[in-house]
Design a protein around this ligand. Structure first.
Ligand code: GLN
Length: 267
């Protein structure tokens, strides 16, 4: 819970100690690498996200704010922690390098928790259960199961679990693109026979943009959990994120955000 009293008292103390502003950050600091906002009251958490992954992170034309499930969740987490959240749009394969370079403190980007990434980052507790499915053209008959991808061209987003998994299937011509939108475009124009991507993203793409010439297949390749990533040595920040996540799950805020983006159809 955000404590207004503490917030106001801390704010007053900070105002009194303008000369020693640095000291104020410590009270509510989320992490050693975080910086104070100009008010000196709240800490700013710098968040990296690849904002091309609706309904988790995306930007509608003409809208300044990034929106989506992850965006709402990280803002709610920031609020719980008494911190400002500042989101930077970074290509998916540049996210972990940005975290390592300390350009950002946190990553939230529909990022699957896996052992390979755990060597470089610390993940929060899982916050969303996902998995990989295929999207093909409506008239496609020869692809039903993942093993049927053999001999076909498959579009995947670079640096993702989809790219990793499809490369494990023998005889597939893997075509890598920067965004899921580029992958779907390749499918529609016939440059690829299938797109492998995260199930909720493919479902949102098909339903929200009213796609009638493509279909999602029921076969699911993997079950995957999304996690929020912080620097490998920043367990302290991971603990704070986990505590905030737990509170949001307990007080119903997580469910509200979930229902907003997934219509209450919990999977
Ligand atoms: N969940 C997938 C992964 O972690 C894809 C994430 C994404 O493209 N934003 O690789």
């Amino acid at each position: 819970m955000f404590k207004w009293k503490k917030f106001l008292v801390t704010g007053a103390l900070c105002a009194l100690s303008v000369m020693t502003l640095v000291g104020c950050g410590g009270q509510q600091a989320a992490a050693p690498s975080s910086s104070s906002s100009s008010s000196g009251v709240a800490t700013t958490i710098k968040v990296g996200s690849a904002v091309d992954f609706a309904p988790f992170e995306f930007q509608d034309e003409g809208q300044a704010e990034y929106q989506g499930f992850d965006m709402d969740l990280i803002r709610a987490i920031g609020k719980e922690m008494g911190a400002e959240v500042e989101i930077q749009n970074i290509g998916f394969d540049g996210l972990i390098p940005a975290l390592q370079a300390k350009t950002v403190d946190v990553l939230i980007s529909g990022m699957t928790i896996n052992d390979e990434r755990k060597q470089n980052v610390t993940f929060s507790d899982p916050y969303y259960q996902s998995g990989l499915t295929m999207v093909v053209r409506k008239d496609e008959q020869s692809i039903q199961k993942f093993q049927d991808l053999k001999g076909h061209k498959v579009a995947v987003q670079i640096g993702t679990t989809s790219a990793n998994e499809v490369k494990k299937i023998e005889g597939v011509e893997v075509k890598e693109f920067n965004t899921p939108a580029d992958c779907f475009m390749e499918l529609k124009t016939g440059g690829a026979d299938a797109v492998v991507n995260d199930r909720p993203v493919s479902e949102y793409f098909i339903t929200k943009s009213g796609q009638t010439d493509v279909k999602e297949l029921p076969d699911m390749l993997t079950a995957e959990d999304y996690g929020i990533a912080v620097a490998k040595d920043n367990k302290e920040l991971a603990d704070k994120i986990n505590a905030a996540l737990k509170t949001l799950k307990e007080n119903g805020e997580y469910d509200k955000i979930y229902d907003k983006w997934f219509g209450g159809a919990k999977k």
